[in-house]
Design a protein around this ligand. Structure first.
Ligand SMILES: *[C@@H]1O[C@H](CO)[C@@H](O)[C@H](O)[C@H]1NC(C)=O
Ligand SMILES: *[C@@H]1O[C@H](CO)[C@@H](O)[C@H](O)[C@H]1NC(C)=O
Ligand SMILES: *[C@@H]1O[C@H](CO)[C@@H](O)[C@H](O)[C@H]1NC(C)=O
Length: 295
């Protein structure tokens, strides 16, 4: 039903117990979990995920960062990151033993930026749940959020001052206009260290403090495009997908992806049959692919 990344055989982690093919490791208490929502969510959108974590791991402190719901989720990503950070820092400080973070959809990009821009972060595991980690480029998505736009020409708006005032513009990655993407997009090229900024060194250093990065996505998502962006894949100019390991950001190790991968700290999970709006609600996704990484 699902597959791990090709390197997973090389990355065998010692198991305390094997149940079927699942590696179970025991822990005395669970790290607190912080959830970051996606675009156009409601304040209660992640409640089912929160409740399920509480059922399977009783006693876990789960916090949903309660900001930027509905239309407000279209605010520029850096603006959101700055504001979310004020909620996240106290949680980190109250839990010196570390926390785990789950970001859903756009929330996974917000989460990555929070991690990379916070020097003293103590995020142990970051679970990116169907997030466009290497950008978004597709008509299905536009039809929902920007009716009237088509992917071929949307860059004219997104790579403008007005377009950059929207979160989507910040991670729209048009594979035929990468020059403009690099020049005008004020978010994704920066966290990817594809452009050099005063934060380049810090972004990589902080990313490398992660103990585990879990990338979850699947071919039936229907919104994230290409769906492999959830695994740091991206379109080339012919809209063929370049897998993470062949991408420039990986080969250059621009913000630490290759290093983290070589250290066996990246888990890539592909699950078919899940639509974008079901990732955080489907109980088997939560039980089989999220809970095992929350220890
Ligand atoms: C991007 O910026 C570079 C350097 O300033 C410039 O030479 C190039 O023409 C720009 N490209 C686009 C598409 O704006
Ligand atoms: C990767 O490194 C090469 C060679 O140093 C450079 O030309 C290219 O711009 C870099 N790419 C990224 C995405 O940083
Ligand atoms: C959850 O996803 C699986 C596919 O992995 C599917 O078979 C199952 O019906 C889904 N469950 C619900 C409640 O939608």
């Amino acid at each position: 039903m699902f597959s791990f990344n090709r390197d997973s055989k090389r990355c065998i982690i010692p198991c305390i117990a094997l149940v079927g093919s699942l590696c179970i490791s025991y822990t005395l208490s669970y790290k607190p979990v912080v959830l970051i929502h996606g675009i156009f969510d409601k304040p209660y959108s992640l409640d089912s995920l929160m409740d399920r974590i509480g059922e399977k791991h009783p006693g876990t402190k789960v916090t949903i960062l309660d900001k930027f719901h509905g239309w407000k989720s279209m605010a520029p990503v850096w603006f959101q990151v700055k504001s979310f950070k004020k909620l996240l820092i106290p949680i980190m400080e109250e839990n010196p033993g570390g926390i785990n973070v789950i970001g859903f959809s756009q929330g996974g990009l917000v989460a990555r930026a929070l991690i990379q821009s916070t020097n003293k972060h103590n995020v142990h595991t970051f679970i990116s749940l169907s997030s466009p980690q290497y950008g978004q480029y597709g008509d299905d998505f536009l039809r929902i959020f920007f009716p009237g736009y088509v992917k071929e020409t949307a860059w004219r708006f997104f790579y403008s001052k007005a377009g950059q005032m929207t979160s989507v513009g910040n991670y729209w990655r048009d594979p035929r206009h990468l020059d403009s993407f690099l020049n005008y997009s004020h978010f994704l090229p920066e966290v990817n260290n594809e452009v050099t900024t005063s934060n380049t060194i810090k972004f990589k250093k902080n990313f490398l403090k992660l103990q585990r990065l879990v990338l979850i996505g699947g071919p039936d998502d229907g919104v994230i495009s290409p769906w492999q962006s959830s695994h740091f894949g991206a379109f080339d100019e012919n809209e063929q997908v370049i897998p993470m390991q062949n991408s420039r950001i990986y080969k250059n190790d621009s913000f630490g992806l290759r290093t983290l991968d070589k250290l066996c700290k990246i888990v890539t999970i592909t699950i078919p049959g899940i639509h974008h709006l079901d990732w955080h609600k489907n109980v088997s996704v939560i039980d089989d692919y999220i809970i095992p990484y929350l220890d």
